[in-house]
Write a protein that binds this ligand. Structure first.
Ligand code: AHR
Length: 491
């Protein structure tokens, strides 16, 4: 069996791993909001104030810390006043980005805050800079956060909410280089400066402003934005969007469950690219912000496959396999390792769209392999990153060679916690950890990288206790099976 070593330096404490790295993203897209989250109060599906109880419970189970809404591309055609007041009178609009469906706006600002309250998470709102006005954006913030007497705040009261909400995270434009307005970085940064001036802190609420960042490796975008905005005044974070496209071809992205070993490895190597992206973007950020005031929010990430056969191509519905669990673990380990700069990450998207943690079909709900990774990684929330070094084993095929193991180690009141994934399809690896006090371990694995959980069937991919480790004096030997994610708790 192949061998590797994990050296943990308990004395070397690094950055805090914000729990917001474990955030989610919900867009008015396909069956994410309607069906997936919101079914309405009259639905026969169990709900509280219209929110599906099974989905809310699942999101509570993984400790969802923050939820981004209403898009995505949808955010830049969303006009918040369409989504308030008497539901039957709300304006109907075309969702031009996602299948041209009619959006009836029955899920709006009040419903979103209700959802966040039920989950117990922070709201993160993406404002419309692409097709909305400065006044519209500034009044939305007033509507949500102003506690005093104004016509806008009184409108909120008339619509049933007396007390202002607390809103911290606010994005100014989404993918402004693309669906959010096809802007150049120079133009975006000028317009951004104007819009952000009117995102006011009202009634003690403090807005944390998120500027639209680059598409994947568009380093010029990051450079221009960071050089033209003042980190002390204009922004608190800049976003990064990067999706794993299995084939690398947007026209034929590849199936979520039927893929060759070669496609599996090319997918994993594309996922590992996230590390280089964060490293290089953060180097540029540091040039203009040496004190690290501005954080990087990876507020869209995940695997993007072809839609499932027979489903609307505009709805982006895909299954979720053991491969997705490996992808989630690699990304989350990378975010933890970069937690000095990554302040938030939001997997796309929370339900029924792209790499979801849950899928729904009528009254049924399935927890995906990705769900179990989020559940396993919970002890990392708000823990402290500990220095660790792994002597890796190489895997892959003649097209793509990569390290088999990915890892991160944190410390919290609960002790030391390590998460390790092995992406090899062939090799189990014996990992020797330089600590002899492993108290417990858990594992996510399945018969195949293509295994997935489906409606009406027993779960094929789930989280289980794992006992294949042996503590011996000052070290522990643990087997990390091929295509698995393992967590280890040390006393
Ligand atoms: O998550 C789906 C889409 O991907 C989002 O709407 C957009 O921001 C990105 O291109």
């Amino acid at each position: 069996m192949k061998q590797a070593q994990l050296k943990i330096d308990r004395e070397k404490k690094l950055s805090k791993v914000s729990k917001n790295i474990y955030g989610h993203f919900s867009e008015h897209l396909g069956r994410c909001i309607y069906d997936g989250i919101y079914v309405g109060e009259d639905s026969k599906i169990k709900n509280i104030n219209g929110m599906r109880s099974d989905v809310v419970d699942a999101l509570k189970e993984i400790g969802t810390p923050v939820l981004r809404w209403p898009g995505g591309c949808f955010a830049d055609e969303y006009h918040w006043k369409d989504g308030i007041g008497e539901k039957s009178k709300r304006r109907k609009m075309i969702n031009t980005n996602w299948g041209g469906t009619v959006e009836d706006n029955s899920f709006g600002t009040h419903e979103f805050f209700e959802l966040c309250e039920q989950i117990g998470c922070e709201p993160y709102i993406a404002g419309n800079m692409g097709s909305g006005t400065v006044q519209e954006m500034s009044e939305w913030i007033e509507y949500m956060t102003f506690d005093g007497e104004s016509d806008i705040a009184n409108l909120r009261r008339k619509n049933g909410r007396d007390k202002a909400w607390k809103l911290k995270y606010f994005g100014i434009g989404n993918e402004s280089w693309g669906c959010g307005g096809s802007m150049s970085p120079e133009y975006y940064s000028d317009v951004y400066r104007q819009y952000q001036s009117f995102c006011k802190n009202l009634s003690g609420n403090q807005i944390y402003k998120v500027a639209c960042g680059p598409n994947a490796d568009d380093y010029n975008w990051t450079d221009k934005i960071m050089s033209r905005l003042d980190p002390n005044w204009h922004l608190n974070a800049i976003s990064l969007h990067y999706y794993t496209i299995p084939t690398g071809d947007w026209g034929k992205k590849g199936s979520a469950t039927e893929f060759s070993d070669a496609e599996y490895y090319s997918t994993i190597s594309k996922t590992l690219y996230m590390d280089e992206l964060i490293t290089k973007h953060s180097e540029i950020m540091k040039k203009y912000d040496p004190n690290g005031r501005v954080k990087l929010f990876v507020d869209e990430w995940g695997i993007w496959c072809d839609v499932e056969e027979g489903t609307n191509p505009g709805f982006l519905y895909q299954q979720n396999s053991m491969r997705d669990a490996i992808i989630a673990a690699i990304n989350l380990n990378i975010f933890n390792q970069h937690s000095d700069v990554v302040g938030m990450a939001n997997i796309a998207q929370v339900v029924n769209v792209l790499q979801s943690v849950v899928l729904t079909d009528g009254e049924q709900m399935v927890k995906t392999p990705t769900f179990y990774v989020f559940k396993m990684f919970k002890p990392h929330h708000d823990a402290t990153l500990i220095s660790s070094e792994i002597s890796n084993v190489s895997t892959g095929d003649n097209q793509n060679e990569m390290p088999a193991l990915s890892c991160s180690v944190t410390e919290s009141e609960g002790g030391i916690f390590a998460t390790i994934s092995n992406c090899s399809l062939n090799d189990d690896i014996t990992l020797t950890i330089n600590q002899g006090n492993v108290a417990s371990a858990q594992i996510i694995t399945a018969g195949s990288a293509r295994s997935y959980n489906d409606f009406g069937e027993d779960e094929k991919v789930t989280l289980k206790d794992y006992a294949d480790f042996r503590c011996d004096g000052d070290s522990t030997e643990i087997i990390i099976p091929r295509c698995s994610v393992v967590s280890v708790k040390l006393q």
